[in-house]
Design a binder for this molecule. Structure first.
Ligand code: SF4
Length: 101
């Protein structure tokens, strides 16, 4: 069966759309606390789980959602400048926390 130019264009556009969606889904994944970048920053998906002895900088009420580096993506998660390519939990925290002005 011979592929027409029109069919080729449709298949190409479809393939690119699928690839783009797959990349977006991968980029939108929540970072795991066990990932090396997260471990290095002391990231916890739930701020109340932070070990206060290990991270004395942490104070109650500090969460990613009120950190100046947080970029809202949804009510539960957002982007973070120090953990690029993944989402952090709105209720999370890491040792780079800077209170939003
Ligand atoms: S820098 Fe801020 S937004 Fe990013 S993980 Fe740390 S506390 Fe959360």
């Amino acid at each position: 069966m011979k592929t027409t130019r029109r069919q080729f264009m449709i298949y190409s556009a479809s393939g690119l759309a699928t690839l783009s969606l797959a990349q977006q889904a991968q980029a939108q994944a929540l970072i795991a606390e066990t990932e090396p970048q997260a471990v290095a920053l002391g990231y916890k998906a739930l701020a109340t789980a932070v070990d206060k002895a290990k991270f004395p900088k942490y104070a109650d009420g500090q969460i990613c959602a009120n950190c100046t580096l947080y970029q809202v993506k949804s009510p539960e998660a957002g982007g973070c400048a120090v953990l690029p390519g993944k989402l952090v939990a709105a209720a999370g925290w890491c040792n780079v926390y800077v209170k939003k002005a």
